[in-house]
Design a protein around this ligand. Structure first.
Ligand code: PRP
Length: 190
């Protein structure tokens, strides 16, 4: 199948493969929007909380296909302290000011990898007394037994970029999701 990859977006980096083409993402996001819209009513006062930065493209596409009243906020979560390695503890760098008490909260995540982000964030949000708290993740690598109510795709264990996902802040703007050839793979080529 031919894939329209805009080489100019890649800054000279090579893709290993396109994992989800743009049209596949759009189709699955529409399905998720329909399912989620059917699961809530106006009385739920649904609040979607996107985890920045990675979820911004997915969230924007998802909410424009939803057919029920909802509100949107974000959290900025970081599992990194002053050093370069993960501390395992997630700090909220931006925290939604809206009271969650009695509202239905849907956390929107681009990818569940180690699960560190969600395992730390969900208890913090649940402690604020939402009437329900569910997770919608576009991608899930299934490394941990965390079971979001909605998952877009079970993802391969490759380094994925695009549609919000980055490598050192690059590639978030790609309309598809691809895995990158890593530097050692490039130097391996004889
Ligand atoms: C990425 C991604 C998820 C998280 C998943 O965010 O967007 O939020 O990692 O990984 P985990 O399951 O191992 O916690 P990152 O911390 O790279 O920040 P970003 O969203 O700004 O890219």
């Amino acid at each position: 199948m031919s894939i329209a990859v805009e080489e100019g977006q890649l800054g000279g980096r090579k893709l290993r493969r396109v994992v989800y083409e743009a049209h596949q993402l759009q189709k699955r996001v529409s399905e998720l929007a329909t399912e989620i819209s059917g699961a809530y009513g106006p009385e739920d006062r649904l609040l979607l909380i996107g985890i920045l930065k990675g979820s911004f493209v997915f969230l924007a596409d998802l909410v424009r296909r939803m057919t029920i009243p909802l509100q949107i906020d974000f959290v900025v979560a970081s599992s990194y302290g002053p050093g370069q390695s993960s501390t395992g503890d997630v700090q909220l760098l931006y925290d939604p000011p809206a009271p969650l008490n009695g509202r239905a909260v849907l956390v929107v995540e681009d990818i569940v990898d180690s699960g560190t982000t969600l395992l730390n964030l969900v208890p913090k949000l649940r402690a604020r007394g939402p009437s329900s708290l569910e997770i919608c993740a576009l991608l899930h690598k299934r490394k941990i037994p965390l079971d979001p109510r909605w998952v877009g795709f079970d993802a391969p264990n490759e380094f994925l970029v695009g549609y919000g996902l980055d490598l050192a802040e690059d590639f978030r703007h790609l309309p598809y999701i691809a895995s990158l050839q890593l530097t050692d793979e490039l130097t391996d080529v004889s």
